[in-house]
Structures are given as structure tokens and as C-alpha cells.
Design a protein around this ligand. Structure first.
Ligand SMILES: Nc1nc2c(ncn2[C@@H]2O[C@H](COP(=O)(O)OP(=O)(O)OP(=O)(O)O)[C@@H](O)[C@H]2O)c(=O)[nH]1
Ligand SMILES: [Zn+2]
Length: 343
């Protein structure tokens, strides 16, 4: 939800998502005792030429007179080209960055910009109670933020679709209250043989609107059509919009692409890795449906590796080359050059 929370640990921290910060919250932060810091990822720090002393995280000291617009411009690259000089940015070296790292993981989980304002507070539990804030023990939150949390099957029902009348939709819900994921089974695949399978990541623009900037729509329909023709298959529809950064951030990335950056550079400027998806959950869903071996429809070698590492045998990689057009040639070429896609 992007609301402030208190992270309880050896040191307790009050955490604000930078994206949802407003003047009132900022005034509250600046009136507290303690040195607030603006936490960003090392990817974002590289663009801003700020030193990251904590590996993947940089902690920028917040001046007493820090302005909301300045803070948000550090998190959001939208106006980087017009205003490249945000510094000098003094980053913190001493102390522990664990709370800051977790705060950024929380912002990512909320599909916000990966940046937070963090302030150390002496008695976290009392502060949270007095101010009506949610508090969470860092040790309890850590396993959920380290990767996707456990998924549970919720319901399944028959769903005839254009590609195959014998369709069945299975719905899975994670324990941490995050997005649900779906599996569409075509026919009744033999569990003792490799099944034709596709791990599809949600793409609202491509799947629903027919965007020409990517190849997702044709890949989705192409995979289902092939399963329909063969009479059996399973398509996982994983709600990992924008390679796991969410639709708002993907649109920010598109806006950066309009400024001349490619798909990977745009993710980095926003402070994300190239790909923030967790493919382990795909393997988990397949195993829970009784599949141990797949013929995987993909051009992405990372998906093949992740399947194997997660205990699902990939008997064959089946290429899925559809949907190339004049608007996505550069995007597909970047994926081939930078992400190792096989086209
Ligand atoms: N961040 C970001 N995400 C994008 C962009 N274009 C498309 N996407 C997302 O990328 C994902 C595409 O996923 P997949 O269809 O699994 O593609 P892939 O990883 O290239 O693998 P294969 O299609 O299996 O070869 C979807 O979640 C899209 O929303 C972009 O420019 N930036
Ligand atoms: Zn797409």
C-alpha cells in the first residue's frame, strides 16, 4: 500500500516509500531525532554517480532542509536528462544497511519505485503503537521478501477457450497476500511424459491491448494454439508484469525508452535489475500439478536454467518466434544481445 511501516530488529527503522512520500510525512520525518537517509539501489546510484558502500544499496544522507521534489527526483529518473546534476550526494558508510535493504525489498514488493526514506528509531514497538503504524519483525519478513512465498491451490474449473475446448483454469494464491498466479491446462496431459509448457509473464499492454512494443500477445496466443493443436499442454500465467516491476514502473521504463534508452538500460536507470522475476514459482506450480518434465516453449535460456535448478527437467526447448514487427525489432535485438535470448 506504500504506507509507512516500522521494521523491528536489533535496530528499529521507520520506513517510508519515496514514491508515496508527501510534504506532511516529510515534515514529520525531519522533526524526528535521528539522521534520516534516502535508500536507493546500487543501480540507481550508478546513474546518479553516488557511491554505494553497502553493495547493492546506497544510503544518501538527507539534509535538514531536504525538499520533497529533490527526494523524489533522486528516486524517479523521469527528468534525469533535463536535470542531470542532483548532487553532491553524500552517502553513508558506517552502520548497518540491513533495514534499508529490506525497506527497498518492501517497496519492490509493493511495485513502487525501489527507494525509501529510512530513519532509525530507539523503541520501534512503542513508536508503532503510539502512531498507529504497522510494525514487522525483520526476521519474520525476510523469508517472504527473499523470494516468492509459498503458493496454495485455491480452485480449478473447466474453461473452454478459443484454442481448445478442453481447457481448465487452476488458480494459486501466495501466503504473503501478493498477486495470484494461474495455470491453464489444455486437455489432460500425461504426467509421466514431458508436457508442452509455457511460463508466460503478465503483460497488460501486449496481452490485452495488443501492444506492438513487445511480442507477448502473439506469444501467448501462439503457445495456446500449439497446445490446442497437440491436444495437451500447460500455460502458466504468472502475474509478474513488466518482468516483475509492475505496470507503473514498466510505463516509467517505456517513457525512458522514448528518451532513447533500451529496455535493459531503462530498468537500470529506475533502480531495478534487468529482470526481477522469480521463475521458481513456475516450477513450484508445475510440480504441484504433477509435472516433473517439460518441453518448454521459450527463447529465454534463463527460464530453462531456472526450471532445471528448481527440479523440473527440461526435455526440450521449443522456440517461440512470433510477433516480430517494426516497433519491436530493437527490443528483441536488445534481449538477444544483453539477455542471451535465442532468436
Ligand atoms: N521492464 C520491462 N518489462 C517489459 C518490457 N517489455 C515487456 N516487458 C515485460 O516482459 C515480460 C515478458 O516476458 P516473457 O514473455 O516471459 O519473455 P521472455 O523472458 O523474453 O522469455 P520468452 O518469451 O519465453 O522467450 C512481461 O512481463 C512484460 O510485461 C520492457 O520494456 N520493460
Ligand atoms: Zn509484452
Amino acid at each position: 500500500m506504500g504506507v509507512p511501516v516500522v521494521l523491528l530488529g536489533q535496530q528499529s527503522n521507520l520506513v517510508f516509500a519515496t514514491e508515496t512520500l508527501d510534504v506532511l510525512r516529510l515534515n514529520d520525518i525531519l522533526s524526528l531525532d535521528g539522521d534520516p537517509v534516502l535508500a536507493i539501489t546500487e543501480r540507481r546510484a550508478t546513474t546518479l554517480k553516488a557511491r554505494a558502500y553497502d553493495g547493492d544499496v546506497a544510503r544518501i544522507l538527507l539534509p535538514n532542509d531536504a525538499k520533497l521534489a529533490w527526494i523524489q527526483a533522486i528516486a524517479d529518473p523521469a527528468d534525469d536528462l533535463q536535470n542531470p546534476m542532483k548532487g553532491p550526494l553524500n552517502t553513508k558508510r558506517e552502520g548497518d544497511a540491513e533495514g534499508h535493504r529490506m525497506a527497498i525489498a518492501l517497496a519492490k514488493a509493493a511495485r513502487l519505485l525501489p527507494s525509501t526514506v529510512v530513519i532509525n528509531i530507539p523503541n520501534g514497538e512503542r513508536f508503532a503503537a503510539q502512531n498507529g503504524l504497522t510494525s514487522v519483525q525483520m526476521t519474520e519478513a525476510a523469508p517472504h521478501l527473499a523470494g516468492s512465498s509459498m503458493l496454495h491451490p485455491v480452485v480449478q474449473a473447466r474453461l473452454p477457450i478459443e484454442a481448445a475446448e478442453a481447457g481448465r483454469l487452476h488458480l494459486f494464491r501466495p501466503e504473503d497476500g501478493a498477486e495470484e498466479h494461474y495455470a491453464i491446462e489444455i486437455g489432460r496431459a500425461d504426467r509421466t511424459k514431458p508436457v508442452l509448457a509455457r511460463l508466460h509473464s503478465a503483460c497488460f499492454t501486449g496481452d490485452v491491448l495488443g501492444s506492438l512494443k513487445c511480442d507477448c500477445g502473439p506469444q501467448l496466443r501462439g503457445a495456446l494454439a500449439q497446445m490446442g493443436t497437440e491436444g495437451a499442454g500447460v500455460l502458466l500465467y504468472l502475474n509478474q508484469e513488466g518482468r516483475g516491476i509492475g505496470l507503473a514502473n514498466k510505463m516509467r521504463a517505456y517513457s525512458l525508452q522514448d528518451q532513447g534508452f533500451d529496455t535493459v538500460e531503462a530498468n537500470h536507470r529506475l533502480g531495478f535489475e534487468d529482470d526481477e522475476r522469480d521463475f521458481k514459482l513456475g516450477a513450484y506450480i508445475l510440480k504441484s500439478m504433477g509435472f516433473s518434465s517439460v518441453r518448454l516453449l521459450t527463447n529465454n535460456p534463463a527460464k530453462v536454467d531456472m526450471m532445471k535448478k528448481s527440479g523440473v527437467d527440461v526435455a526440450e526447448r521449443v522456440p517461440l518466434k512470433v510477433g516480430e514487427n517494426k516497433f519491436n525489432t530493437a527490443y528483441l535485438a536488445t534481449k538477444a544481445a544483453k539477455s542471451g535470448h535465442l532468436f
